[in-house]
Design a protein around this ligand. Structure first.
Ligand SMILES: Nc1ncnc2c1ncn2[C@@H]1O[C@H](COP(=O)(O)OP(=O)(O)OP(=O)(O)O)[C@@H](O)[C@H]1O
Ligand SMILES: [Mg+2]
Length: 316
């Protein structure tokens, strides 16, 4: 069931195009990680999806409701944490969340239940009666998340939800997103790529307003050929015969010998299909009585892939 369907979104500021023909579909149960360099157009896209900013062109259906023709109805389904987690800072947490809950149309029973849930789920009890302006950055962010969740919406658009949270709270927030995601469609923007691997079912990468990638994190790693590599440094000369023997003994797809200096070489092993095992490779290397001085396993990672994609396309 698709809860968000957006087609051909465009938004310019003067003659600068901030969002350039972006399509996006999110189903119930999905968590989309929205990635991109600073200024890529993530927040602008999120503002458009939540009806906060009108696009120059494009269509948005929220739970099959046209956001443009029926904005109030469509927005009922959305919880939104804007960038920087703005709030009414002279209210205390309870007052602010009560105010947002009432604006969201919750009756007093439901509001009480939801307030209790927020206090627990987002660990807000200790600041419950404090003015928001006196809270630390991380607590302000948590209050922002609570206001997005107060009416238990089907769709959550969270602009950098874990920015400024301490490591424990980051972990809690990821768990919370995972727990509630089964019944919701969630879009989060983030600069923390491990977050995408931890919670997202799909990664969308945007740069210069254009959507470049829309893939599962696992497929991203496969597609962008950022392979795992085993690198073994040995303090031995390796002549062509030894190199040939090494290559045939190390039973992996790609074995390269790289000269570091006269007496030092690196054996680089990778494979497109098989999973590498460091021990297996080392055993073969020792068979040739080579003197290993360094061995490392360089795992492919999203960070590298992100850099590759966004820097290659940066000038387009
Ligand atoms: N109201 C505005 N007027 C003019 N330019 C704007 C406006 N809002 C955004 N922009 C520009 O649009 C581009 C995209 O901004 P946006 O905030 O969407 O980026 P972002 O991907 O969220 O970046 P970040 O990772 O830094 O949050 C930027 O160049 C920004 O300066
Ligand atoms: Mg932003």
């Amino acid at each position: 069931m698709k809860l968000i369907v957006a087609k051909g979104l465009r938004k310019s500021f003067g003659d600068f195009i901030a969002v350039d023909n972006v399509d996006l579909e999110v189903s119930r149960g999905e968590v989309i990680g929205f990635l991109g360099p600073n200024g890529a157009g993530k927040s602008t896209t999120m503002k458009i999806l939540t009806g906060f900013l009108e696009p120059d062109s494009g269509e948005i259906l929220i739970n099959n409701i046209d956001l443009k023709s029926d904005p109030l109805k469509a927005k009922e389904f959305i919880g939104y944490l804007p960038e920087g987690a703005p709030s009414y800072s002279d209210m205390n947490v309870l007052e602010f969340l009560t105010f947002v809950g009432k604006m969201r149309g919750l009756n007093s029973n439901l509001l009480t239940t939801r307030l209790g849930k927020m206090a627990n789920q987002i660990s807000l009890k200790e600041v419950w009666n404090k003015p928001i302006e006196t809270l630390s950055k991380g607590f302000k962010r948590r209050v922002g998340i609570a206001q997005a969740l107060i009416h238990d919406p089907d769709i959550l658009i969270l602009d950098e939800p874990t920015d400024g949270l301490d490591p424990n709270q980051k972990h809690e927030m990821r768990n919370l997103i995972k727990t509630i995601s089964k019944n919701k469609a969630i879009v989060i923007s983030t600069h923390i790529l491990e977050e995408v691997e931890a919670v997202c079912s799909r990664a969308m990468i945007i740069a210069n307003g254009k959507l470049l990638v829309n893939e599962t994190p696992a497929n991203l790693e496969k597609q962008f050929t950022n392979k795992d590599i085993i690198s073994i440094k040995v303090s031995n000369k390796i002549d062509s015969i030894l190199a040939k023997n090494l290559k045939s003994s190390i039973n992996y797809g790609d074995v390269k010998i790289e000269k570091v200096n006269k007496d030092t070489n690196k054996i680089l092993v990778s494979d497109n299909k098989k999973t590498l095992d460091l021990n297996t490779v080392l055993k073969q290397v020792y068979k040739f009585k080579l003197n290993v001085i360094e061995a490392s396993f360089i795992k492919s990672n999203l960070e590298e892939i992100f850099r590759k994609i966004t820097t290659t396309n940066a000038s387009s």
